[in-house]
Design a protein. Structure first.
Length: 435
């Protein structure tokens, strides 16, 4: 339908809704949408899966999110429990790791027992190479780790949150330029590590910061199998098998007709085995998906128990300001006078000046089942409704204002370096896109 631009008496530009013909105000800085029929609400786009694991995980989520929410909202307890799917997931992971160990042992046996038979020794080396490629790889510690001695308030707040949750004390806290936060176990020693995005921290109140940190630290005690080393690395191994075995093509050009013909059945076998590995990865993800999503809901619940439900609900609201963050960074990256810039202050100003109509659009977006912060998170509307169904009005941890003042002073020392990194990343992204 063709829209018609008109001007009201106050000279506000308007257009007609493409669905219901309602007259809509137009603001060039924000999305034009219809509050009558919901046209062009434009829910936040979930980042496209970066790899095969995220694609399979997202596929499971589309099918199972609603049924899990219905179960969780009526549950008396959100604590993790052992279910048949969780047991099967761990048994499957054990079998996958055993296969990797088996390749390593077979390789050693061939080399030791068949030396110096060249062909068998080469086969042994090949088995060792396969085992090495499929070995579990622990997560690396993120960049930007802060020394505990230089940031006593930040670590002190995190330690108190860990104590309230019964979680291990964090080994490291890192600060990054992301509008997000995450928790991980780093290295073979599985050191609990949290990474916080300074742009996100800059728009949060004190209790909301506590809620954010509590949510991430709760991932250390909420029973999420994908944050554990055993199941997560088994999925990685299966995906490695799929990539390793899958041939680029069935018919190999440039090797001669008879050689190419002889390779067809071999490539077909490799293709079949690669699909089996993919099927097993899909099955393992589906077995673990319910447990992992329960763990996300539990992390919200535990965060609310520490910071209060009101603070966690406000935190979830502000996480949806990622669009304002991206626009602020884009504008700042086009201004080369860095000395006069404060991206964090501009972001707070951008959010503070956001018109009520845009805030209402974001509220409606959060209520859509398709709206989620990430492929690994439940839909935001389910998270909000579950928190409301299990309210925690009295937080376990209430910190005095002077603690947050000291925390602000510590974080202020990181703003310059983080802003430089943020703007450099944005300009590099623009260069790659438009070169």
């Amino acid at each position: 339908m063709q829209t018609q631009t008109v001007h009201s008496e106050s000279d506000v530009q308007t257009i007609e809704c493409a669905n219901c013909d309602a007259v809509l105000p137009v603001d060039a800085n924000y999305v034009t949408w219809c509050d009558r029929c919901g046209w062009n609400l434009q829910p936040q786009e979930v980042r496209r899966p970066r790899n095969l694991f995220e694609y399979l995980y997202a596929s499971a989520g589309i099918k199972l999110s609603k049924s899990l929410f219905d179960e969780m909202v009526s549950a008396e307890s959100l604590r993790p429990v052992w279910t048949m799917s969780k047991v099967l997931a761990f048994l499957c992971a054990a079998a996958i790791h055993a296969l990797t160990v088996g390749f390593a042992l077979l390789g050693l046996a061939l080399i030791i027992r068949e030396w110096p038979a060249i062909i068998l020794v080469a086969a042994g080396l090949l088995c060792l190479g396969v085992a090495w490629l499929l070995r579990p790889i622990p997560a690396r510690c993120p960049e930007g780790v802060l020394p505990r001695g230089s940031f006593p308030t930040l670590y002190g707040v995190a330690d108190e949150i860990s104590r309230q949750l019964g979680a291990p004390t964090l080994d490291s806290i890192a600060i990054d330029s992301i509008f997000n936060a995450y928790f991980m176990h780093a290295g073979w020693r599985r050191r609990p590590t949290m990474c916080l995005g300074l742009p996100l921290l800059s728009i949060l109140s004190g209790p909301e910061r506590v809620g954010l940190m509590a949510h991430e630290i709760a991932h250390g005690v909420n029973g999420d199998p994908f944050r554990g080393f055993f199941v997560g690395s088994a999925v990685d191994s299966l995906i490695s098998w799929h990539v390793l075995l899958r041939p680029d093509r069935l018919w190999e050009p440039g090797v001669g007709f008879f050689m190419a013909l002889a390779l067809v059945p071999i490539n077909l076998l490799a293709l079949g085995l690669s699909e089996v590995a993919l099927l097993m990865a899909n099955a393992l993800i589906h077995l673990s998906w319910l447990v992992s999503q329960r763990a996300e809901y539990l992390a919200d619940y535990l965060a609310a128990s520490v910071a209060g439900t009101e603070a966690v609900l406000a935190l979830l609201d502000k996480l949806h300001f990622v669009g304002a963050f991206e626009c602020t960074v884009l504008r700042a990256s086009l201004n080369w006078d860095r000395q006069k810039q404060d991206v964090f202050e501009e972001l707070r100003k951008e959010i503070g000046q956001m018109p009520e109509r845009e805030l209402e659009r974001l509220r409606r977006v959060k209520q859509m089942e398709s709206s989620r912060l990430d492929v690994t998170h439940p839909p935001t509307t389910y998270r909000l409704r579950l928190l409301a169904a299990h309210p925690m009005p009295h937080p376990k941890l209430t910190l005095p204002p002077e603690v947050f003042d000291r925390l602000d002073c510590e974080l202020a020392t990181l703003k310059g370096e983080t802003q430089e990194k943020l703007l450099d990343q944005q300009r590099a992204s623009l260069y790659r896109r438009y070169r």
